[in-house]
Design a protein around this ligand. Structure first.
Ligand SMILES: C[S@@+](CC[C@H](N)C(=O)[O-])C[C@H]1O[C@@H](n2cnc3c(N)ncnc32)[C@H](O)[C@@H]1O
Length: 307
């Protein structure tokens, strides 16, 4: 039986893909397990590299099949498999990589014998290099000229973001402790905010907002084979897209259904979308964080470890 839209389906994505016809989605966003031993409810994130790569090939092949001919696929992935999955997507599956975005966050766990991790990779793939959706107007950000230098010659409609996207302390005050002394006020950046959640891998709504606004239009279908906490589907619903997702865990799928039920199209995304609005002076930023800490902090640390 074909799958309904507007909801998450519980089950193994490879099984569920069989019920999704070719060309069903305009945009697919996938944030799969990274195979780094993260503790999921129903999935074992410790596979041999060969097994993980074989599995990735299978589900990515399905993603390509269910995309429309001018569709887009965004893949979030960690260092461990970024290179191999990019080669697989482009050389084996015939996708074109438009951008290799680095998502930089400043709350990575301190490591003793290697550099602390503070980034993940976001690959922007398209099926047809000559025909794809890229709606630039909806994702423009203020330019450095305007934001930092107050230059009247700055283009009032801003500019496209760079390919390094930054999650800053003021976007996620609870992710930083009061004694942290590095604060970032990028000249022009993407800003992402974290909704406090129950899934350790929850992505910021603003990050998905940028991706969905850029790579799909109102009414088009946004698809996510690894639902997690449901951020992709939640943002798709808020932005007036049609949507569909899969999630292996019964518990996560139930929570996604609850999250979606509480959302109406047109609801605002969580977090501050504009640096101009969300960039307090450093001293104010420090005040922001006074009450942060405790269990929230631990949860974010766990997330940072995974990312
Ligand atoms: C990294 S999380 C996704 C997080 C999500 N982007 C968010 O913002 O909440 C990956 C999810 O994939 C799910 N998963 C793992 N294997 C799966 C499979 N074979 N089919 C469907 N979902 C699966 C896991 O249960 C986990 O919730």
């Amino acid at each position: 039986m074909p799958l309904d839209f507007g909801r998450v389906h519980r089950g193994d994505c490879l099984e569920l893909f069989r019920r999704l016809p070719d060309g069903s989605a305009h945009l697919a966003f996938a944030d799969p397990p990274f195979n780094i031993g993260y503790d999921y409810d129903a999935y074992d994130d410790r596979r041999s590299a060969d097994d993980y790569l074989d599995w990735s090939r299978r589900w990515m092949t399905e993603v390509v099949r269910v995309l429309v001919p001018d569709g887009t696929f965004w893949l979030a992935i960690g260092d461990e498999y970024a290179a191999e999955l990019k080669v697989m997507a482009t050389r084996e599956l015939g996708l074109t990589c438009r951008s290799w975005v680095v998502w930089y966050y400043t709350f990575g766990v301190n490591c003793r014998q290697k550099f602390s991790r503070s980034h993940a990779h976001l690959f922007h793939f398209v099926k047809d290099p000559n025909r794809f959706t890229f709606e630039t107007e909806s994702i423009r950000v203020p330019s450095a000229r305007e934001l930092v230098y107050g230059d009247r010659r700055a283009n009032p409609s801003g500019r496209l973001p760079d390919d390094t996207w930054i999650l800053r302390p003021q976007d996620l005050p609870e992710g930083f402790s009061a004694d942290e002394d590095t604060w970032y006020f990028p000249r022009v950046c993407g800003t992402f905010a974290e909704r406090s959640g129950w899934h350790g891998c929850q992505m910021p709504e603003q990050l998905l907002g940028r991706i969905i606004r850029a790579s799909s239009r109102a009414g088009e279908v946004v698809f996510d084979p690894f639902g997690g906490s449901g951020t992709t589907l939640a943002v798709a619903k808020k932005l007036g897209r049609s949507f569909l997702g899969f999630e292996l865990s019964e518990q996560y799928a139930a929570r996604i259904a609850e999250r979606l039920a509480a959302i109406r199209p047109g609801d605002p995304l969580e977090g501050a979308p504009e640096p101009l609005k969300s960039a307090p002076a450093t001293k104010d930023g420090r005040r922001l964080d006074r009450n942060a800490g405790g269990s929230r902090r631990k949860r974010q640390t766990k997330q940072a470890e995974r990312r």
